[in-house]
Design a protein around this ligand. Sequence first.
Ligand SMILES: *Cc1c(COP(=O)(O)O)cnc(C)c1O
Length: 367
Amino acid sequence: MRSVETNPGIIKNIRKVDPYVPGEQPQRKVIKLNTNENPYPPAPGVERALREMDTDRLRLYPDPSANDLVSALAEHYGVGRDQVFVGVGSDDVLSMCFLTFFNSEKPILFPDITYSFYKVWAELYRIPYECPKLDENFRIVKEDYYRENGGVIFPNPNAPTAIYEELGFVEDILIHNPDAVVIVDEAYIDFAGKSALELIGRYSNLIVVQTFSKARSMAGMRIGYAISSPALIRYLNDVKYSFNSYTMNQTSIVCGTEAVKDRAYFEKTTKKIVETREWAKEELRRLEFEFPDSRANFIFARHPRYDAGELFEALKKQDIYVRHWDSERIRQYLRITVGTREEMEALFAALRAYLCYTKNSRREFRR
Ligand SMILES: *Cc1c(COP(=O)(O)O)cnc(C)c1O
């Protein structure tokens, strides 16, 4: 049998992509500070809903409009049900947005250092794109987005820098882009500050995308959503129904609805993470790490005297997983998810031991 690899007729017609590389999910128990998951369990109502779930209901297709979940979100955020779109994690929602809204000949714009999935989708859907550079302090330069484009997308706070820009910054980008769809990816907004949801009523070209994976402790359930003007949500739904009517499974609809209803639990766990983050910043400073001020549930830090790749490997040997990218401009940085206070204590103990040990052994070698 002829192998596909030697068959140019087949090879030339294959859509070839460099896929997104997710963080590791080790199957052993480790201190996992590498994929920005929440260290606390989902709201108690989620466990109750799972236990009481009627499995006979699984014979049937789920509600294609995911009405219960859409209604719960609409009520929570004080918007119309026709302003909410839900999907299988915000990755699904964002991917649908790329497919629906980014069809111009002009390039879409997103920062050079940002969520690396944007580039993957642009390549997958063959959308032209340009990536304005973050400034030397890793800030987005808003003026770079004041030009003709086929659409704009950026996270706020940005990833992996964790830098949050105030609403006025977001609004300036909207004011300069009345003829393009502007997507603000707010995966980390609950740890940060004001959401661009406040601007939805005034800018019909704005789409705000959020997720259950971070502040709502439900990365394993895969739920994300977009909130926008009814017209854009309609177009998004048309594409979704042309792709897969049943993106949201029954379990996700039920559990997601329960999670949204428990505002108190959500606020309590989010506050705990923010407190741990502020304490972790102090500890990192004490160890002489440098980092942009984080407003997310992770800190993007470098040490002026220790190689990030080596630190990453040393921590991994101790079963402490953080994230490191061997790519230009950020190679000397580690992205450290804020875990529980105990997990962070373990991280700092390992860092102290490593920095101290390496310093001593280096001294031995000094001539
Ligand atoms: C985590 C993350 C997402 C995707 O989250 P889902 O788990 O797919 O909801 C999207 N954007 C950014 C910037 C993220 O960090």
